[in-house]
Design a protein around this ligand. Structure first.
Ligand SMILES: CC(C)(COP(=O)(O)OP(=O)(O)OC[C@H]1O[C@@H](n2cnc3c(N)ncnc32)[C@H](O)[C@@H]1OP(=O)(O)O)[C@@H](O)C(=O)NCCC(=O)NCCS
Length: 189
């Protein structure tokens, strides 16, 4: 593989399991939660297009791991950024911001919004996300294993698009049996 020019940081999607040990080592250096290899595989195998790696002369210097999932009764997905880290020696050079911007570019195809949690004392990460238009939606008490609180941060790209069925007002259900009408349904809606 050809090397990038001195100092140039190249972003690319995750390609193969060979990259996993390096990726885990980078993430484990700073993240507030310990994740098993199964958690990494869950994200990377299901949404490899949302795992973006930053390399400088072949060395992994940053990464973002995310997923997208459907929003019920809509045609949209919602994005979720699970992990973001940049090697200590490469911080404050814009790599973290580029990674988040790139993963959002990919999410824009199918997602109406993206969200994540950040430890309430992680002011650097919170500033990075707020610069990109994320807002704090709520604070979750003792969210992390270390007892620390988290902020939920969210950026909305566009309004949710309902499925066609949801645009129509629902027909009232015909009441066939008066007794059944007052019993709670055994199946949730
Ligand atoms: C958070 C993290 C990913 C930022 O990566 P980075 O490449 O250093 O960030 P960038 O250089 O793209 O910063 C973009 C902007 O975010 C803000 N920012 C980033 N780190 C900051 C810090 N330590 N203090 C204050 N602001 C910070 C600044 O506004 C910065 O712009 P500026 O440098 O022009 O002032 C990195 O510090 C990291 O890996 N931390 C440990 C893991 C972590 O906390 N992940 C986030 C979990 S939610």
């Amino acid at each position: 593989m050809a090397e990038s020019a001195e100092g140039e940081v190249i972003l690319s999607p995750y390609r193969s399991e060979d990259e996993l040990p390096e990726l885990i080592a980078l993430m484990e250096m700073d993240l507030s939660e310990p994740y098993t290899v199964f958690t990494y595989r869950y994200f990377i195998r299901n949404w490899p297009h949302l795992c973006i790696l930053a390399r400088c002369n072949g060395k992994l210097v940053g990464a973002v791991i995310a997923r997208e999932s459907p929003v019920a009764r809509t045609v949209d997905n919602i994005g979720y950024i699970a992990m973001l880290a940049v090697d200590k020696s490469q911080r404050r050079k814009g790599i973290g911001q580029r990674l988040v911007e790139r993963v959002i570019e990919v999410m824009l195809l199918r997602c109406h919004a993206v969200e994540l949690e950040a430890e309430h004392v992680n002011l650097g990460a919170i500033r990075l996300y707020e610069r990109l238009g994320f807002v704090r939606t709520h604070r979750m008490c003792r969210y992390y294993l270390n007892g620390s609180d988290a902020f939920k941060l969210k950026k909305i790209f566009r309004p949710l698009k309902l499925t066609e069925d949801e645009d129509e007002p629902a027909e009232p259900e015909p009441v066939v049996d008066a007794a059944a009408a007052v019993e709670p349904s055994p199946v949730s809606a």
